[in-house]
Design a protein around this ligand. Structure first.
Ligand SMILES: [Zn+2]
Length: 82
């Protein structure tokens, strides 16, 4: 099986290179007071994960992220604009 040379996926709309979208999540904890109500929130932890979504920085179009057999990002189908 020959390795296909990799090409960075481009936006279908404007030909700009696509980026991987990563979401960062901040988790806040709120202690429960004796009254049963939640106290003020304080930061508990932080984590991030990569969504399988690619986005064009230039025009904002989003695409589903696909991978080839070597795990390299490929442009999937166009996602509807939010
Ligand atoms: Zn674009």
């Amino acid at each position: 099986m020959a390795l296909v040379p990799y090409r960075v996926p481009l936006c279908k709309e404007c030909d700009s290179p696509l980026s991987v979208v990563e979401h960062h999540i901040h988790e806040y904890l709120r202690r429960i007071r004796p009254s049963g109500k939640a106290d003020k929130p304080f930061k508990g932890s932080f984590r991030h994960y990569t969504n399988e979504v690619l986005k064009c920085e230039k025009c904002g179009q989003r695409y589903l992220a696909k991978r080839d057999e070597d795990g390299r990002f490929q442009r999937g189908r166009k996602l509807k604009r939010a």
